[in-house]
Design a protein around this ligand. Sequence first.
Ligand SMILES: [Zn+2]
Ligand SMILES: [Zn+2]
Ligand SMILES: [Zn+2]
Length: 346
Amino acid sequence: MKIFECDNCSYPLYFENLRCEKCGHFSGYSHTHQDMKTFTAANGFFNSDTDADVFKYCKNSGSGVCNWILPAREEIEYCLACSLNRIIPDLSIKENTEKWQKLEIAKHRLVYQLQRLGLPITSRSKDSKNGLCFDFVAKQGDPKVMTGHNNGIITIVLSEADTVHREYVKKQLSEPYRTLIGHFRHEVGHYYWSLLVSENQKILSEFREVFGDERVDYSHSLKNHYQFGAPSNWTESFISQYATSHPWEDWAETWAHYLHIMDMTETSNYFGVEVNPRVKDPTFKGKVDFDPYEILDFHKIYKSWAPISLVINSLNRSMGVSDMYPFVVSQKVIQKMNFIHNLLTD
Ligand SMILES: [Zn+2]
Ligand SMILES: [Zn+2]
Ligand SMILES: [Zn+2]
């Protein structure tokens, strides 16, 4: 994620800011500019600090879940990210607003990144066959309601936005990492698999060489995975134990991981992160001074970023919290991410 700046006073702005914390001007993200804009309010209009543009906030800002802006003259009420919602939580239940806020923070960051990757983002309300939409639903004891993807419809179970519940599931499943943004990235990976891979025979056969043959029975594979777990040598070829269950899940897990790395590399670039540890092995030196979304060679991205993860983990350990990046990435996994990167940069 970029660091944004206030157009009025140059103070840094977070992606989620509704106001500049220094000068108090309003702020919001414009997906058409792919930038944060700042503005002042007068007579019900939001006037840009930089030019003659006049904005309005996305309708969901009224619920405290969105800070994206649209040109005031446009008739549409919802921003690109919010236009993807099909089912939102039941707001008559008090805790649901807070859960929805957390889901939207993750989803808006996802949409920002999909745009940076140059991926098509079409709401299902506009394309009922190939469009994308999100359902945020409560489980209410129904075992059939699960976080998942089905033909462009992404369901996220509301309880995943409850930190205590999520930590409990993480522990039960012995996962090293479980976050909302991780869920969004994983599920949207399934969607882009069907869009970018499934219907192109050449790409599909290359996919099978890297990830395996996805025609093997899916529900049988999952059942097997939950019964017997991952093979003992899974770290040699997979990013997670769950990735071993089926090539589709391997793709979605690796895709999510690729998105994690691209986002962290972009953030590192905007902060000018460079690490030069006092050790003899030169592979632990790293510097990100490029925009990863403009780099064709994934190995360059990975090599520059990997040493930075070591620093962040070490800082976390200094503070007594668990590793920010609890993964071991094998050469095989780097190859898989390289396949995704080549597909997206082609
Ligand atoms: Zn300011
Ligand atoms: Zn919105
Ligand atoms: Zn999945």
